[in-house]
Design a protein around this ligand. Structure first.
Ligand code: FES
Length: 123
């Protein structure tokens, strides 16, 4: 089962300018993440409009069945952050539980975790 990166494509950071910007910060960030994840095995990227963390734009979720799931936010739509998210998601995909040792975290994702969600128990 692949790890899925869900990118909020409607996130707008403070200062986003509707008159001069034709795309949202979230759309720009999604494009960067999609580019970074191209051809990475066991990883898929999808877009979703609003993850309800708007005050922490830009937001992403990292999920997989039967693994710990994470929401991260407060990213600037920059390639370095996109690369860090993809690198972390790759480690998540390789982890049996979804837990990734802190010492292996890419620098770009440190300080951006919002929530960690445990797996849903099987009935
Ligand atoms: S618009 Fe991105 S979380 Fe609400």
């Amino acid at each position: 089962m692949p790890t899925v990166i869900t990118v909020c494509d409607t996130c707008k950071r403070e200062g986003w300018d509707a008159l001069n910007q034709s795309t949202t910060d979230g759309e720009d960030f999604a494009t960067m993440i999609e580019s970074a994840a191209t051809d990475v095995p066991n990883l898929t990227v999808r877009r979703h409009s609003c993850l309800m963390g708007c005050v922490r734009a830009c937001n992403v979720a990292i999920q997989a069945d039967d693994k710990l799931n994470y929401v991260l936010g407060s990213f600037e739509p920059e390639q370095d952050a996109a690369d860090g998210i993809v690198a972390y998601a790759k480690l998540h995909a390789e982890s049996e539980t979804g837990q990734v040792p802190f010492k292996t975290w890419p620098q770009a994702i440190k300080g951006h975790f919002v929530t960690r969600l445990p797996t849903i128990p099987k009935a």
